[in-house]
Write a protein that binds this ligand. Sequence first.
Ligand SMILES: Cc1cc2nc3c(=O)[nH]c(=O)nc-3n(C[C@H](O)[C@H](O)[C@H](O)COP(=O)(O)OP(=O)(O)OC[C@H]3O[C@@H](n4cnc5c(N)ncnc54)[C@H](O)[C@@H]3O)c2cc1C
Ligand code: SF4
Length: 333
Amino acid sequence: MEMFAFSEAAGVEDAIRAGAESGTAQQGARVRFVAGGTTLLDLMKLDVERPLAVVDINGLPLDTVTKLTDGRLKIGALVRNSDLAYHPDVRSNYAVLSQALLSGASAQLRNMATTGGNLLQRTRCMYFRNRALPCNKREPGSGCSAIEGENRSLAILGTSAHCIATNPSDMNVALTALGAVIQIEGTAGKREVPIEAFFFEPGDTPERENVLDPGDLVTSVTLPPPPQNCSQVYLKLRDRASYEFALASAAIVASVDNGTFSYIRVALGGVASKPWRSLEAEEQLYDQPVDEASFRRAADAALAGARPQSRNGFKIELAKRCIVHALGVATAS
Ligand SMILES: Cc1cc2nc3c(=O)[nH]c(=O)nc-3n(C[C@H](O)[C@H](O)[C@H](O)COP(=O)(O)OP(=O)(O)OC[C@H]3O[C@@H](n4cnc5c(N)ncnc54)[C@H](O)[C@@H]3O)c2cc1C
Ligand code: SF4
């Protein structure tokens, strides 16, 4: 591990000023905020993250969940994953988020991990975490070891010839199904970005994963009020029952009126370069009967654009079954 300077931010402005003291865009930045540290410290020990300075943001007043007067729920960036999963409002109105959070990592990790850190966790691609092997995301232009290598756990949607890494977060999939909006503060002021526009597909710049610029601090995430009478499900399929990342997952938010879908959002995890909203699946479901044939048509549409690699073709059928099963659970009366 390289030597780095450490400081504790005294306030949001102080954090932004310290964070902006780096050169390029977010993923190349040499100043890093640390929240729970469960991603950042691992990657620093592996020499994958090599910040010149680490700014501790744990003292900032961003650790509350607040119901806003317009009905939205505001989640501070420092709210711990455990606290969020068990928050009464989240359990009763955003069950898909609670389920997704509790399906991730372990109790100890969830006690440390924060909303902002989970949102920004890096890929688990083994080549990204191994400095001995080429990786375009870690070292732009060096090549992608996964395309001709071990790619069983990697993405089949939203990939490029330069990177096929998955976004590993369960929380992000639920936030996508719920239509979350990310609040950011930086040297240019405050802005809000819907989660669907927050993450980039890799294209030919896989090192640039999201809209953040140096110094940009995620301050909160807001959720719109849930649709009336909706049911919500997060289903995660993985190699073992706990402490494992998704091979495929589906987050469903659905309302049914008179036997047909009146509201539906479908998001996928474990199969794509970013948390993946499937508009194709949703289009197949609107106003359609709630039955297995509709679910299967939606699943086929969701995976129609999949581009499997040498070892992850099984994910196409796995993801389809994940969607079909999750829709079945969400609509079971
Ligand atoms: C063994 C293990 C198993 C895991 N299993 C799962 C799993 O099954 N599912 C899953 O979803 N996750 C899993 N995780 C990942 C875990 O959820 C993340 O490590 C955690 O959510 C990161 O949160 P943190 O607060 O610790 O982030 P940190 O490590 O503190 O930060 C992560 C990144 O976000 C940046 N950052 C943090 N907060 C902000 C902010 N407010 N504004 C701007 N930048 C910020 C940091 O600079 C850093 O780059 C696992 C992790 C481990 C170690
Ligand atoms: S898939 Fe992406 S993260 Fe993995 S080796 Fe290729 S470029 Fe690196």
